[in-house]
Ligand binder design. Structure first.
Ligand code: FAD
Length: 572
């Protein structure tokens, strides 16, 4: 059967068909309706739900979100009532006819075909699991964690076990794998986390990922890095390290790829990333067709190259942007829509007691790309140390040495990580050089921050590096510097030194440096303290006494985190 989606009696404006009814698709639909009451907007969604809170799914699994209905933000009925949208769930779009300007959808329940004509088509098809694993029929259930149906499957497995503790294997230690792990642990399961890479959260630089590993282990997670799943059968999950792990449930969180099959079949241009190529107005190479959200390529803010960023903020923003362009095309906006800006890749995750946030590029990515950069590590507390409850965080900021612009940042800690990463993302968006962070006037009272906020402190370091007041050496550069004959001076107290130091260092507390100057060995000097601050003071004392020294960036804490990761990577 062939039919057309119904239209409201009053609708006379452009026919807009949106494929995919969650983040980007629904942002486009509701924004367009707010701009154009006449548009005939049809949303075709293959799943049973629209506009659901996919970011909340892991927390429903963990019981943190108790009410399943709270994940369902809208229904076709509520969207009809508020926005006069024609939302068809259970409709999979199977083809686009660009000449006829129609899409063909299959109604999943009946198998019937629906043809919808469009003046503008928005593809908001999201992303889909990148890999597939074949499991034997009698194996534990293997599920992804992307939809309401997925969490229904997971919670059914958990419910069937009742009070009995179960075992789960999670494949992939990226954002969703980690969220799945945390929430399954909350539900009392013993979790084995299998990660192909050398550490969890591979976008994090190694010394920053150490805290992620620590918290996983502290919460009893069996983490298998540099490991893959070979097979899943009734005996359990067969791992490439030769072990077999029994499991009641396997969660496949090994990453996603743009769901661009429909666009590809329609002859639209697909980029090397696998995402649909769009211009700054989210238009594909067919001006009547837009692509938004996880399905579409983004422009990387650091390199200007095409990239993929599968995050909800961008999906919503770009859905809205496509609606603006359509409204502008149809005379419903007075101001021309602005071009979509490049993507910074700002992201945050809470993992047990640790918060991890990042924006822009990592140091490892800059090194791989051969891009010049400076690195700054600091270890501030989120608020004044004298006020109860201060929590330490590790901050890392990558800076372009020529322009002084921020290339990326990573922060790992507890309270206050979120606001620091958001200020850095704002600075990057605005094109503020890192040294300008020193001059930001930020809100301060002791329970919230310090008079010199951690962001101001990063700015001071950036300013000192840019102006040559100080010079630093990174933890991973230290072995080569020492091998070349440098002397490493630990300027912490003797108590700190005896509690643990860097092999080969000598201890001269910062307060004793001036009187020790004559006895320092010839050759390069490197100083370090616990976090880098006393080391900076020591380097300044030495420089002014005629013995310039480099400061070990981030001090003992950064070195220790990096050394621990490096040691773990050594063959046994
Ligand atoms: P989606 O929201 O995935 O929607 C695409 C829709 O298109 C799907 O419902 C799909 O069924 C439908 N569709 C696909 N093909 C067809 C077709 N042929 N016909 C009809 N319908 C079709 N991002 C964050 O920024 N922060 C987070 O904390 C976060 N947590 C997440 C947790 C989980 C478990 C998941 C899965 C994602 C999370 N994300 C998070 C990512 C974020 O949800 C996505 O970036 C965002 O939803 C992308 O929006 P989208 O509209 O492009 O795709």
């Amino acid at each position: 059967m062939t039919s057309s989606p119904s239209r409201t009696a009053s609708a006379t404006g452009p026919r807009v068909v949106i494929v995919g009814g969650v983040a980007a698709g629904m942002s486009a639909a509701t924004r367009l309706r707010r701009l154009d009451e006449t548009a005939q907007i049809t949303v075709l969604e293959q799943g049973r739900y629209v506009s659901f809170a996919n970011c909340g799914l892991p927390y429903y699994v963990g019981g943190v979100i108790a009410d399943r209905d709270s994940l369902l933000l809208q229904t076709p009925q509520s969207l009809r009532a508020r926005f006069d949208l024609d939302v068809r769930v259970g409709h999979e779009v199977v083809a686009i006819d660009r000449d006829a300007r129609t899409v063909t959808a299959r109604e999943i329940a009946s198998g019937e075909t629906v043809v919808a004509a469009y003046d503008h088509l928005i593809l908001a098809t999201g992303a889909a699991p990148r890999m597939h694993v074949d499991a034997a029929p009698d194996a534990a259930p293997v599920v992804t964690l992307r939809t309401i149906d997925d969490v229904d499957r997971i919670t059914a497995v958990l419910a069937a076990r009742g009070e009995e503790q179960g075992r789960a294997v999670v494949m992939g230690a990226g954002f969703i794998g980690l969220e799945a792990t945390e929430n399954l642990v909350h539900r009392g399961l013993a979790v084995t986390l299998v990660q192909q890479g050398t550490r969890p959260m591979s976008p994090l630089d190694p010394e920053m990922a150490a805290a992620v590993m620590d918290t996983l282990v502290a919460h009893g997670v069996d983490v298998r890095t540099s490991t893959t799943v070979d097979a899943i059968d009734a005996a359990g999950v067969h791992l490439s390290d030769g072990t077999v792990v029994t499991a009641d449930l396997v969660v496949d969180a090994r990453g996603v790829a743009p769901a661009a099959g429909l666009a590809r079949a329609a002859g639209l241009r697909i980029g090397a990333t696998g995402g649909v190529v769009v211009d700054g107005h989210q238009r594909t190479d067919d001006p009547r067709i837009f692509a938004v959200g996880d399905a579409a390529e983004k422009t990387d803010a650091v390199s200007g190259e095409a990239t993929l960023v599968t995050m909800a903020g961008l999906a919503n923003r770009h859905g809205r942007a496509a609606a603006d362009v359509i409204a502008w095309d149809n005379g419903r906006l007075d101001a021309a829509p602005r071009l979509a800006g490049p993507a910074l890749g700002t992201a945050i995750i809470g993992l047990f007691d640790v918060t991890v946030a990042m924006v822009g590029w990592s140091e490892q990515r800059l090194i791989a790309a051969g891009r010049e950069h400076r690195v700054i590590h600091t270890h501030p507390t989120d608020h004044a140390g004298y006020y109860p409850g201060a929590q330490r965080m590790a901050m890392k900021v990558m800076v372009d040495p020529l322009s002084g612009l921020i290339l990326g940042a990573q922060i790992v800690g507890g309270n206050g990580v979120d606001k620091r990463i958001d200020v850095i993302a704002t600075a990057m968006h605005a094109g503020l050089p890192a040294a300008e962070l020193a001059h930001l006037e930020l809100a301060y009272a002791p329970q919230y921050a310090s008079a010199k906020d951690p962001l101001n402190m990063v700015g001071y370091v950036a300013e000192n590096l840019a102006t040559g007041v100080t010079d630093s050496v990174q933890w991973h550069e230290l072995p080569a510097a020492l091998a070349a004959g440098a002397t490493l001076i630990d300027v912490r107290s003797p108590q700190e030194f005896s509690a643990g130091g860097i092999p080969g260092s000598i201890n001269i507390p910062v307060d004793a440096l001036r009187e020790s100057i004559a006895s320092l060995p010839d050759g390069e000097l490197i100083v370090h303290c616990q976090v880098g601050q006393r080391g900076h003071t020591a380097a300044r004392i030495l420089a002014q006494l005629g013995r310039p020294a480099r400061n070990l960036d981030g001090g003992y804490l950064t070195w220790k985190a990096g050394a621990a990761v490096a040691a773990a990577l050594q063959p046994a």
